[in-house]
Design a protein around this ligand. Structure first.
Ligand code: KG4
Ligand code: ZN
Length: 344
């Protein structure tokens, strides 16, 4: 049985749409084929302000989404669409509303069920379903066999808005173990990059600045959240980095030490979670924008468990992850009951 989903992601500054076909065997997803995918990142619009300006992001989505989405739909006139999946939160309210309004309009006019997808859940979906080697340049339009992790699996979502540690006992059940008590990891990277005069988004720029620095003993403390060892904290590290900036230490050295201390912190939290839990974790799954970072990948591979990362191309916000997450909710069809899950 094959089912096709049209997926929309507009929670921040990426206007992203994907048309994905899934092959099921008794309601279990076995293979997927990404028929088409468009992602427009308007980073350049936000660079002069040093970060995403919500009002501008919403206006950009409004000017792009129908054009980009309708172009995909027109390219596949014969394709039956069984569900429209749209990210409904978390994210920037104005940006989300543009994607949701477009999705609702399509769903109503074409009488297709609408599937509301949680942003944080969807970040993990490429890591849960796809092989790490998946890449947009070679795997678009190909049937890709689904490769799910062994459960229970420890899961980490690290992005510009969230640092969430949890575990999954099955594909559709997860529990929260901890999160950042202050800045998200990517947010701290963006803020330290700004201190160093680097353009938004700062994470990749810190990574490339730190890349050729000769490793040395850490001069920054590795954070620890007192009494809550499965939680994260990055704002102290950010302040410590600011002090280094004020003391004229080279940008490259600051980038290296900040990145190193951040990732050692994440390593120590996961190490604690693995060794203190009564659950026999079998695998770790890591996703979200910061999971693109190669140094993070190298450090996390030292943990005592097999580890899988979301494919590099699907770590930052994208419509494919929204479509994949909606396949996870398939049960003889998509029967949605809208209900409030978060206070507005
Ligand atoms: O998941 P994402 O696209 O958006 C949110 O949901 O927040 O993640 C964006 C974040 C930004 O903070 C960006 O600086 C960070 O991911 N990021 C990185 C790297 N690539 C993106 N951080 C560190 N190293 C990278 N290579
Ligand atoms: Zn995101």
């Amino acid at each position: 049985m094959e089912k096709t989903v049209f997926a929309i992601e507009s929670s921040c500054d990426d206007t992203s749409v994907a048309l994905i076909k899934g092959r099921f065997d008794q309601n279990i997803l076995k293979e997927i084929c990404i028929l088409d995918y468009h992602n427009i990142t308007k980073e350049s619009v936000h660079i002069p302000y040093g970060g995403v300006i919500p009002e501008i992001a919403a206006r950009e989505h409004a000017s792009l989404i129908a054009e980009v989405g309708n172009a995909i739909l027109k390219s596949f006139p014969q394709e039956p669409i069984h569900s429209i999946a749209v990210c409904y939160g978390s994210g920037l309210l104005g940006s989300l509303l543009v994607g949701i309004a477009y999705a609702q309009g399509l769903a109503l006019s074409k009488d297709i069920p609408l599937n509301a997808i949680d942003h944080i859940d969807s970040h993990l979906a490429p890591g849960l379903f796809l092989p790490e080697e998946f890449s947009l340049s070679k795997d678009l339009h190909q049937w890709i066999p689904i490769k799910t992790p062994e459960f229970p699996a420890l899961t980490l979502t690290i992005s510009g808005g969230h640092t969430f540690l949890g575990y999954k006992t099955s594909l559709d059940h997860w529990e929260l173990l901890g999160h950042s008590v202050d800045d998200a990891c990517g947010e701290a990277f963006d803020k330290v990059a700004k201190l160093l005069g680097l353009a938004y988004p700062g994470g990749p720029k810190i990574e490339s600045l730190a890349k050729d620095y000769q490793p040395e003993a850490l001069i920054l403390p590795i954070p620890k959240v007192t009494d809550r060892p499965t939680y994260f904290s990055f704002s102290g590290l950010k302040t410590a980095a600011k002090k280094l900036v004020d003391s004229q230490i080279s940008d490259q050295k600051i980038a290296w030490h900040f990145q190193e201390a951040s990732f050692k912190h994440i390593y120590q939290v996961l190490d604690h979670a693995i060794h203190s839990s009564t659950l026999p974790f079998k695998e770790i799954v890591i996703a979200g924008g910061v999971a693109k970072n190669q140094r993070l990948r190298d450090i996390m591979k030292e943990l005592d468990l097999p580890i899988r990362f979301a494919p590099f191309d699907l770590c930052t916000d994208n419509g494919i992850m929204v479509g994949l997450q909606s396949f996870l909710k398939y049960r003889d069809g998509w029967n949605f009951k809208p209900y409030a899950r978060r206070p507005v």
